[in-house]
Structure formats: C-alpha cells, structure tokens
Design a protein around this ligand. Structure first.
Ligand code: F6P
Length: 521
C-alpha cells in the first residue's frame, strides 16, 4: 500500500506541524549529529564534522519539522572540550548550519570505555546480531558485571539526567525519542521523574528471540525489558524483531500482559501501556539526489573512475564482523577460480569504514579483512590490474560516488537491522546495477524479490550470485533496478518519519494532549 507520506513532503510537513507544532523534539542517541575534531590550524580551534552513523543521518531530517535538541555522548576529546566550554554542555541551535541544539553527555573516560567498549558493542551488539561466542566466554557475567554496573548503568543515568534537564527547560510539551541499544535503561529513569512525558524508543538493530537473551544474566535482560517498557512506543525495523521483543518481555518480566496481535501489539505493565511497532527505516531520496549533484561527489567520481574495471563490484561497510566482509572476498575468490575469463575484467571496490577500533574483536576482524585482500591481490594481480581496491576511510561522499558506478552491489551481512547501503545504492546507481542481498538483512523483506538473494554463510551460493549478476541480460538488469528504485521511493525516510509521528500523535491523543510537560521537580 502506498503511504500518504511517500514522495510527498507536503503531507509529512503538515503532519509534522500538527504533531510537533507545540512540541520540542528531544532526540537521544549515543552518536549525535555532530562531532568535533582537534583543529590543526594555528588557533587550534576544534572543527565540527557531521556525525557519520546511519541513525544520525536519518534523524537529521526530523529537525525540519520541529525545534530539536539532541542529547548525545561527547565521543571525542574535542567534543568534551567544546562541551565543557559551553553552558550546560549545549552547543548549536543558533544557525542554519546548526539548526539543532546538541546537549553533550560527558562522562569520565573509564566510564565511557566500560559502557561503549565493554557492554554496548561486544555484548549487546554481538548478542543481538547472533554473533555471541558462548564457548569462548563461559564466564561472561563475571567478565561484564563490573562494566555493567560502573559503565552501562551510570551512562544511562547521565543520559536520563540530561533529558530531564531538557524537560525542565521546555516551555512546550516535549516528545523524547530514544534510539538504539546503548540506552535501554534511560527511559525508566526519565519516566520516574516525568510520568506524563511522551517517550518513544526505536531499536535500529535486530531483536533476537528470548532463547538468545537467556545467555545474559536473567536480571540484566529483565532490566533491559523494564527500561524499554517505560516508553509509550517501542519501534523495530521488522515484524520479526517486534514479535521477538513481545516474546522476550513475556518470558522475562513477571506481570507483563502481552498482546501479540500485530496491529495492536502492546505490553501493559503496572498500568502503563507500551505499544510495539515495526517501521522499516529508509533513505531520504530527495536529499540523496541533491548530494549526488554536489561538486564533492563529482570530484570523487573522477577519483574513482580509473579504479573501475570492465565490470565493477562494490561494497560499502563499516568494518564489523556482522557485515561478513571476509566471506564476501572468499566468494569473489571463488568467482575468479570458476570464471578465469573474468580475471583482468572485474574489479572489486571495497569501501570500508574503520569502526570501534577500541574493541579487540574489531581489531582482529580488521586484520582478517586486510589479510584476505592481500592474499587475493597477490594471487591474481596482473600488470595494470589489481582485483581488489581498498578504500579504508570514512567518506560518505566517496561512498555515494562508488555506489553510482557499480555493476553489482554486494551486501552479504550475517545479520543486519536494516542495511541502508542496500537502499542508498539502487537510488544513486547509474548503471542499472544488480543488488546481491543477504537474506539476513532487514531490507531483504522489502527488496529481496528484486535482488539476487544469498544466504550469508553460503560462499558457493554468493559466488554464483555474483556470476549471475555479472552476466545478467541488460533488460533484466534494467527491470530489476527500476523496481528497486520504485520500492525504495515508495517507502522512503518520509514514510518512516511519518509513522513515528503518527505513533506520537496517537499517544498524545490517548493521554489527552497537555500543553506542558509535567516533570516532578
Ligand atoms: O544502529 C546501529 C548504529 O548505532 C548506527 O548508528 C550506525 O550505523 C552504527 O551503529 C554506528 O556505530 P558507532 O556509533 O558505534 O560507530
């Protein structure tokens, strides 16, 4: 069904104004929209850079409809310095370039280390992406207990304090939107002080079934569920994740009344109702069009042109074990073994973004990726032709330029909440390129029928899919590429945002809209 918001910013704008006219939007996520880096100039002024995470990019669009305050971690030393120089750690909100205010949450290094590098990523991210290596960590609880208590819990409290400070300052009824797995506990701390505030939480990564959560200590899973149940709405990318969340709360939270009916899914706990929804996130199609026309992207197109082959395979990923990058190279290796006629003809452009390098699993995985690239390049390299070109840096315009020129885009994640690359690629590609897409990516539910589907652990199957994509008749490529563009265009970011706003409106109506937030002072 076509959504009233797709390709129709007017409808979304009207809804935004109706729902948010009297509200301040408080977005809460670990990574914010802006990040400072130490300045290199004589004045040593810190440089502001736009945040790179998918969540930050997607949410920036919300700032068009309401005044936004973004509560986010100070992640770099420069962030901390800038925050500490400003009143209440608040920056921005004063210019077109910085339309939102950012309230930085500043915590001591050791506390942040425990929260981000010991709990959020190596425990929650891996667990939720089913990458948990149980045999390797038989005494997990002992390993993480201190990090949970001295890291995850206090940072969540600090986030809640920052949100409460915003609620106290608000002269209009605020709506607080939490994002992701770093902040499962914060809503409970906010709710305790602000019983009437509208709180929503969107989880961008998969929510696995209760059996997976069983691997954490029972009371940790219970606390996570109770934290989330302090929200009015909890949203997921897929129906499977929403269902798994309902089942997890039923198993772990005594007294939770769970309603599984997909249209009315909800959980009632101690009189408070939490609606459970699923809204697949997407890309801002119009904004991508503007970006593609920018001189910056054009400059990268020129830079990348000489790296192309007669055929070009592209992948764009953070270096994360869940992205299954090494298996993708193994499939490419098999492709070259089975189709020696492609040697010298096909190039693989790997745009890989350094990620979470403070975590040993990520450092080891980076080494594995680099070894796989070296190995393949040394075995197949010929004069004037190197099979894999690695671009190892964080450059969004360069990634867009690369995606414009692929013949095949490889997305073979082991697990993925959505995977925005698989939605950006078909929109910006100019060669009717084929999408090879993992069945384990959240986007597969929407895009699978127009892509070539692969099971992420099936290297043979992935090699075959790459071969079929490269030899696909032009008419079929064109038809598939066009259907991908239509599907993504029908359900773009405006639809996701519209759905979030509808959720907020329904909570506000049920509660009886109040003009100001009631915060226990
Ligand atoms: O939802 C997953 C997410 O938090 C996204 O914001 C982004 O794609 C990625 O993970 C970034 O992770 P980090 O903030 O740890 O670099």
């Amino acid at each position: 069904m076509r959504s009233p918001y797709s390709n129709n910013p007017k409808n979304l704008g009207e809804l935004g104004q109706q729902v948010l006219a009297d509200k301040r939007l408080i977005l809460v996520s670990n990574r914010g929209p802006i990040e400072y880096r130490a300045g290199g100039g004589d004045d040593h002024e810190s440089q502001a850079c736009y945040g790179s995470g998918g969540v930050a990019v997607a949410l920036s669009a919300a700032a068009r409809y309401a005044p936004v305050t973004w509560v986010a971690s100070a992640m770099t030393d420069a962030d901390r310095q800038v925050a500490q120089r400003s009143e209440d750690n608040i920056i921005g909100g004063d210019s077109e370039e910085h339309p939102w205010r950012v309230r930085f949450v500043v915590v001591p290094d050791g506390v942040y280390e425990r929260y981000y590098n010991l709990v959020s990523n190596p425990v929650l991210w891996f667990l939720q992406h089913s990458l948990w290596k149980r045999l390797e960590r038989p005494s997990l609880w002992h390993d993480i207990q201190e990090a949970w208590e001295q890291g995850y819990v206090p940072v969540n409290r600090r986030f809640a304090e920052a949100v409460l400070a915003e609620l106290q300052m608000a002269d209009t009824a605020p709506c607080v939107m939490f994002h992701d797995y770093h902040l499962y506990l914060a809503p409970l701390y906010v709710r305790a002080q602000a019983p009437e505030a509208i709180l929503t939480h969107f989880i961008h990564i998969p929510w696995p079934p209760p059996e997976t959560w069983q691997q954490l200590p029972w009371d940790v899973t219970e606390d996570i569920c109770r934290g989330l149940l302090a929200n009015d709405v909890v949203g997921f990318q897929t129906a499977d994740s929403a269902h798994n969340f309902l089942a997890t709360c039923e198993r772990f939270v005594a007294g939770a009344e769970v309603r599984f009916d997909p249209d009315e899914a909800s959980i009632r706990l101690s009189g408070h109702l939490t609606k459970v929804r699923h809204h697949p996130i997407s890309v801002d199609v119009a904004e991508l069009g503007r970006r593609m026309a920018s001189p910056e992207v054009e400059a990268y197109r020129h830079k990348l042109a000489p790296l192309r082959g007669r055929y070009t395979i592209v992948r764009v990923d953070r270096v994360d074990p869940s992205k299954n990058i090494v298996a993708g190279f193994k499939a490419f290796d098999l492709l070259l073994q089975r189709h020696p006629e492609l040697i010298g003809q096909v190039k693989f452009l790997a745009l890989l973004v350094p990620s979470r390098t403070g975590i040993p699993e990520y450092r080891r995985y980076t080494e594995e990726v680099l070894t796989a690239i070296r190995d393949i390049n040394s075995r197949y390299q010929r004069a004037g032709w190197r099979p894999i070109e690695l671009l190892y840096e964080n450059s969004y315009p360069q990634a867009l330029a690369a995606m414009s020129l692929y013949d095949v885009l490889l997305v073979n994640s082991l697990a993925d909440g959505m995977n925005l690359v698989s939605k950006e690629g078909p929109i910006v590609n100019e060669r009717d390129g084929v999408l090879v897409l993992s069945r384990a990516a959240g986007s597969h539910a929407e895009l699978g029928e127009h892509a070539l589907s692969v099971d992420p652990t099936d290297i043979e199957g992935t090699a075959e899919a790459l071969a079929s994509a490269l030899s696909m008749p032009e008419a079929e490529r064109r038809a598939r590429a066009s259907r991908l563009r239509q599907t993504i265009g029908r359900n773009d970011l405006a639809v996701w945002l519209g759905n979030q706003l509808e959720d907020v409106r329904s909570v506000a109506l049920e509660r009886g809209v109040r003009s100001t937030a009631s915060v226990a002072r």
